[in-house]
Design a protein around this ligand. Structure first.
Ligand code: MN
Length: 204
């Protein structure tokens, strides 16, 4: 059987492309060190059970109960980290931001009142995530838009939700520039959100 290891995706823009909202050094460390470590640690964990390399990282995370006990925690953390960061890079773009258009924009207004209220609620959930984790816009099990947050590298797919957009509120995502002011990072981040990508996921 040919083994295909998990791979670090290429950042779809330059490290400095999201300046001044996300600084170049943070992007370098975040992608080349943190995300790379999740990928390497996932590969190391799976090496003991190489049949699992045939599964996507999403399959592993959704079906954690089928993962051997001795690597379950490593798979949860590192498959989660790989999935979350892969989506994170795609969900941002230079010359992005603004407001979501089309049906997604309408659904956000319907679900949260208006775009400003949606952002406030999302930022608030991000501030309140104690320790490390993520804040998400998801389609929940009832098919409605919702804002949730997850600890560590957990992903909403573990709860049967469909993540459309996630922001990383681990300190490594913002501390060099924003220090202890997570809320300032959360507010600035909207200027780099790639709504075309969020829309694409919404419409699948
Ligand atoms: Mn991160």
């Amino acid at each position: 059987m040919e083994i295909k290891k998990y791979e670090l995706p290429i950042l779809p823009y330059e490290y400095n492309a999201l300046e001044p909202y996300i600084d170049e050094e943070t992007m370098k460390i975040h992608h080349d060190k943190h995300h790379a470590a999740y990928v390497n640690n996932l590969n190391t964990a799976i090496e003991k059970y190489p049949d699992l390399f045939s599964k996507s990282s999403e399959d592993l995370l959704i079906n954690l109960n089928e993962v051997p006990e001795d690597i379950k925690a490593a798979v949860r953390n590192n498959a989660g980290g790989h999935i979350n960061h892969s989506a994170f890079w795609q969900s941002m773009s230079p010359n992005a931001g603004g407001e979501p258009k089309g049906k997604l924009g309408e659904e956000i207004n319907k679900s949260f009142g208006n775009f400003e209220e949606f952002k406030n609620k999302f930022n608030d959930a991000g501030v309140k995530r104690f320790g490390s984790g993520w804040v998400w816009l998801v389609v929940n099990k009832e098919g409605k838009l919702d804002i949730v947050s997850t600890p560590n590298q957990d992903n909403p797919i573990m709860d049967g939700q469909k993540p459309l957009l996630g922001n990383d509120v681990w300190e490594h995502a913002y501390y060099l520039k924003y220090k202890n002011m997570r809320v300032d990072y959360l507010k600035a981040w909207w200027s780099v959100v790639n709504w075309e990508e969020v829309n694409r996921k919404f419409e699948i």
